[in-house]
Ligand binder design. Sequence first.
Ligand code: AGP
Length: 372
Amino acid sequence: AAAEKGGHSSFMEKEILEQPTAIASTLLGRTDAEGALVLDELRISEEQLRAVTKIVIVACGTAFYSGMTAKYAIEHWTRIPCEVELAHEFRYRDPVVDQHTLVVSISQSGETMDTLMAVKHARELGALTISICNTHGATIPRESDAVLYTHAGPEIAVASTKAFTAQITACYVLGLYLAQLRGGSYAEEAQQVMRELHEIPSKVETLLAGMDRVREIARFMADTRSVLFLGRHVGYPIALEGALKLKEIAYIHAEGFAAGELKHGPIALIEPGQPVFIVVPGPDTPHGLHGKVVSNIQEIRARGARTLVIAEEGDEDVVPFADEVIRVPQAPPLLEPLLTIVPLQVFAAELASAKGLDVDQPRNLAKSVTVE
Ligand code: AGP
């Protein structure tokens, strides 16, 4: 097993570091020489895809958070309404789905029973189904009309990391493909976004090379009882995923919130010394969201929170209110999640190992949940 980990302390550590390759491999071969997206593998006719009036993403856990992230981009690029639902909720609530609905399931293993049952249910209702999956020949892709594989390579650690960034990448490829297919103002933008996506792996590489301080913070925090995570826009699902990682492997109470929701309740939790990670939208994010989140940091800091701020390189606005600034390379707002999640993964893995826990095989959890 030591050899399989390639000299790393855990599979999770190894898989975190494999993300540049996982993202690059998921992008590979999905554009032609002119830069246009090609998804011949899809096996659903262009005509059927053009007729789609609604997209529903179904998934569980980390895969669900990748879907939540993708929703922002897919709706923006395709102008098709996109819902994201936990697979186990979707199936039991009489969802409105017909032959013009595209149900996109996301699953690393392709064996998650809840997700499989949601896909079967969607097919019974006449929907088109696409599986985004990391495991070749798994049950969910076999039960779907089409599959778009993530090429993250086998993921061994129970806590999903490289599959997550590969899932976001695959969803983005699908969204851009639909935008291109349907024409309209975002069709041209699609090639530009693909070029920007191709720059992400080297940015993740740079980011991973600078994680020493994050590891140090994690080790200092080994006795922490509770950590909060705030995010907004695409940073919101990243806050949720950061919290999930910490719960899963470090057994620390962790909760993610939408930053805009603070004043509607969660701010009451802030007391002196409470650690809070804040995923700050880049200064280019529309609607002044960057400034709004900076104000949130200021508000919680005034109430004694210990602010651990994840912000873009060059974003100086956060500095006065940050106890720690964790820098990520600059990227277009919708692509930021592929970067901002990385320090949170590293933080959880390092903290769990500082506590002497089995990072790869947390208690009570299985890698793939094949029962309902
Ligand atoms: C992630 O860290 C979890 N272990 C879990 O939430 C997982 O993402 C979920 O069970 C879905 O698994 P799947 O992607 O194999 O369907």
